[in-house]
Design a protein around this ligand. Structure first.
Ligand code: GDP
Ligand code: IMO
Ligand code: MG
Length: 426
């Protein structure tokens, strides 16, 4: 039995998609367990780029069954679009299954996401406006619609009628906007329902069967620890648990079935959307990282905020997720930097912290305590053996492993499938 988990250890966009694809060769199944199409996971194969939002990043490998698990929120229109885009490229999605328990992102969720952000004005979260928060909110207030409701369309219609009354009340009375029309919504779903039915299954039995048969199953996280609803920089977070514990909840798998828990760490930090970011660089160094690292959102195209690596953030992810291995990505982006800094603590009013305080008032005014490294100032993208890396680069990596007390098993030195230095076989 081998359950592999890939999670983000910072604010997302660490390169999880690439790593899932790299490990995909040995996987029998790839499972998404939380989030929705707020994710944007880039996979580059032979120079051809795919950005996956809802489809697991293993979808490009026909040999692995791909599952969208119960903890995911599914916008069915986006899902069908993504499938269609791949079909047009001659790729099939016949190996895709979706959980009957997953919740549906409805058109009114997207509208409510936009309206709440507008209402929050200066306090906005900077969401991807994909309806993620409103959909999870309905799930927890128990008025959500689920994939299984599409199987018996009469149930779907009945549940929609009662939920829509509440949603339209919010839209009309709270925001003064036009209500959603029941018949139009029913027709929209009637049109796509048949295409979804063959993919719907009890994914919990399927995933556990694979694990019990000793097959390799990879659980693909979206977002990251600092965007976690419990442990991130609340309220500037997403609405799910992108952690290894989220796998148990969101895929219906027991913790002892997860053997290898891989945290993906970008060699510097980025963040999209609002919220505090202690090591953010608002100067030309930040610009340089953005430009060399092509740091623009894979989902919304927004420029990503850039800064130095924050090891307190990564350490928190190591503890909360129980990381067994780190994968460090995009270290090639730092190859032109004369000096490189990493944050090893925070100074808040003269007191030193090594963890992220819950209060954003404290975290927001924390001053990073940096350790400085000399850069290596040479191209490393063609290096494939750890020992061939420049000494300064190895020192940087060793500091990451030591501070987080977690071994580094792979170093990614470029976006392509092949640009990797394998230290420990995963
Ligand atoms: P994800 O959301 O964690 O899957 O990450 P994204 O796909 O949103 O962003 C990561 C970006 O970095 C993508 O454009 C990748 O192609 C790219 N990338 C991944 N690994 C590396 C690497 O080691 N070096 C460089 N230069 N780019 C990388
Ligand atoms: P991947 O999987 C980076 C951010 C948004 C916003 C906050 C809440 O590609 O790493 P939401 O739409 O989820 O309600 O937005 O979370 N966010 C991400 N940032 N990578 C992502 O996914 C993200 N998904 C959501 O920018 O700040
Ligand atoms: Mg991304």
């Amino acid at each position: 039995m081998a359950g592999y988990v890939v999670v983000g250890s910072q604010w997302g966009d660490e390169g999880k998609g690439k790593i899932v694809d790299v490990l995909g060769k040995k996987m029998d199944m790839v499972v998404r367990f939380q989030g929705g199409n707020n994710a944007g996971h880039t996979v580059i194969v032979n120079g051809e780029k795919s950005i996956l939002h809802l489809l697991p990043s293993g979808i490009l490998n026909k040999e692995a069954l791909c599952v969208i698990g119960p903890g995911v929120v599914i916008d069915p229109f986006v899902l069908l679009d993504e499938i269609d885009t791949l079909r047009k490229r001659g790729l099939t999605c016949d190996h895709l299954r979706i959980s009957d328990r997953a919740h549906l992102i409805m058109p009114y969720h997207i509208k409510l996401d936009e309206l709440q952000e507008k209402k929050l004005a200066n306090n906005k979260i900077g969401t991807t406006k994909r309806g993620i928060g409103p959909c999870y909110a309905d799930k927890y207030t128990r008025i959500g619609l689920r994939v299984c409701d599409l199987v018996d369309f009469e149930i779907f219609k009945k549940r929609l009628a009662s939920t829509l009354e509440i949603k339209n009340d919010q839209i009309v009375k709270l925001y003064g906007e036009e209500p959603f029309d029941y018949d139009t919504l029913v027709n929209q779903f009637a049109n796509i329902r048949e295409q979804l039915l063959p993919m719907i299954c009890d994914s919990v039995s399927l995933v556990n069967q694979y694990l019990d048969e000793g097959k390799n199953v990879l659980f693909e996280g979206a977002q990251a620890n600092m965007l976690d609803i419990n442990y991130g920089t609340y309220p500037y977070v997403t609405s799910s648990s992108p952690t290894s514990a989220g796998v148990c909840e969101g895929a219906g798998v027991a913790p002892q079935k997860l053997n290898t828990i891989i945290g993906v760490v970008k060699a510097y930090s980025t963040r999209v959307g609002e919220g505090p970011f202690a090591t953010e660089l608002l100067d030309e160094t930040g610009e340089e990282i953005r430009s060399i690292g092509a740091e623009f959102g894979a989902t919304t195209g927004r420029p990503r905020r850039c800064g130095w690596l924050d090891l307190c953030v990564v350490k928190q992810a190591a503890i909360i997720n129980g990381l067994t291995d780190l994968v460090v990505t995009k270290i090639d982006v730092l190859s032109t930097m004369k000096k490189i800094k990493v944050c090893v603590g925070y100074d808040i009013d003269g007191k030193e912290y090594t963890y992220i305080p819950a209060s954003l008032n404290d975290y927001g005014r924390s001053k990073p305590i940096y350790k400085e490294f000399d850069g290596w100032m040479c191209d490393i993208t063609k290096i494939r053996n750890y020992d061939d890396l420049p000494e300064n680069c190895r020192k940087y990596l060793e500091c990451i492993a030591e501070f987080t007390n977690t071994r580094i098993s792979l170093v990614s030195v470029g976006p392509d499938r092949e640009n990797n230095i394998i230290i420990n076989e995963l």
